[in-house]
Write a protein that binds this ligand. Structure first.
Ligand code: THU
Length: 303
């Protein structure tokens, strides 16, 4: 296990063949194609993924701030002799967030790793990674990345800050697991007075899922909706934003009550998907903006 630092940059690749020839023409060496499967887990702190790659596997724990400019990341690597067993153990204890499967052509140019990636469900991307030696002030790494960025025509409008996992999540990869979590919570609802079971599940900005149920009280007004319970779980786990919402009840169409629409809107925005579910699955999907137009917010006036 050791600490390392990188300067990284990632962009959509509109013409992978042209990018490959530009890199080779400027003296990059072609190290061949790697087949990589990254499994992301719901770590309580930082990020945790297991990479299975052509006969080997490593657990990678890292922290990274999303930023569109070339960024710095620090991480730890642990060799894993039995990846399937570790994936099963971590799935049972933490939960899998998402999987990313890709073919990566690796090139090297003046100490910078160039990744030409073909990612399942996401298409082609080019990634630059300058690994910094201990004690570096990173200026040399930033300069190399900038030079290579010009050679490979990585234009501003193609550069992205998000990782592949976040992009796959945004396209709905975790929705089924979110619905399953809402069902488990619904089944555990404490509802001796109304007998109306509700489960709510939320996906946070790190891809983690948080679920909870309604909790009633003999002093009826002290009862709490499932959505409010789930927001508390998300906040206590360090989450600050809601990227996807599932609410489930065994009724024709469960919709969050007015108060909960406002509660959700504190952490989500108008475009956040909301899935209205019955025990069998999603019945209708809409956005929080559909449910709560003209949402009240202290900071910005409604349009
Ligand atoms: N309930 C929720 O949990 N979420 C909603 O959005 C609507 C209502 C709960 C509160 C109470 O325990 C029961 O449903 C009946 O109102």
């Amino acid at each position: 296990m050791h600490d390392r630092r990188n300067v990284e940059l990632k962009a959509r690749d509109r013409d992978p063949a042209a990018t490959l020839s530009a890199a080779l023409a400027h003296g990059a060496s072609d190290e061949g194609v790697l087949h990589q499967r990254d499994v992301y887990f719901a770590a309580p702190e930082g990020r945790l993924k297991l990479r299975v790659q052509d006969g080997g596997a490593q657990l990678i724990s890292y922290a990274r701030a999303d930023a569109a400019s070339a960024r710095l990341s620090s991480y730890r690597l642990v060799d894993v002799p039995d990846p399937d067993a570790l994936i099963a153990a971590l799935d049972a204890s933490l939960g899998i967030v998402v999987e990313v499967v890709k073919r990566r052509r690796l090139l090297l140019w003046q100490g910078v790793r160039i990744h030409l990636d073909d990612v399942d469900g996401l298409g082609s991307w080019v990634e630059l990674e300058a690994v910094a030696p201990a004690g570096s002030d990173l200026s040399a790494e930033h300069a190399e990345v900038a030079a290579l960025r010009a050679i490979l025509h990585m234009d501003d409008d193609q550069v992205v800050a998000e990782g592949y996992a976040a992009m796959i999540l945004a396209s709905g990869a975790a929705t089924q697991r979110l619905v399953d979590r809402a069902r488990t919570a619904m089944d555990r609802a404490y509802v001796p007075y109304s007998h109306f079971h509700v489960g709510a599940a939320l996906r946070d900005e790190q891809g983690r899922l948080h679920a909870a149920a309604n909790v009633e009280n003999g002093a009826y007004p002290q009862s709490q909706c499932a959505e409010a319970s789930a927001i508390g779980v998300l906040v206590a786990a360090g989450g600050r934003r809601i990227h996807e919402i599932a609410v489930m009840a065994d009724t024709e169409l469960i919709v969050p009550c007015g108060g909960c629409r406002q509660r959700l809107s504190e952490f989500a925005d108008g475009s956040t998907p909301v899935h209205l579910c019955g025990p069998e699955g999603i019945r209708r999907s809409m956005t929080l903006g559909d449910l709560l137009p003209y949402a009240f917010a202290l900071k910005s006036a409604p349009e």
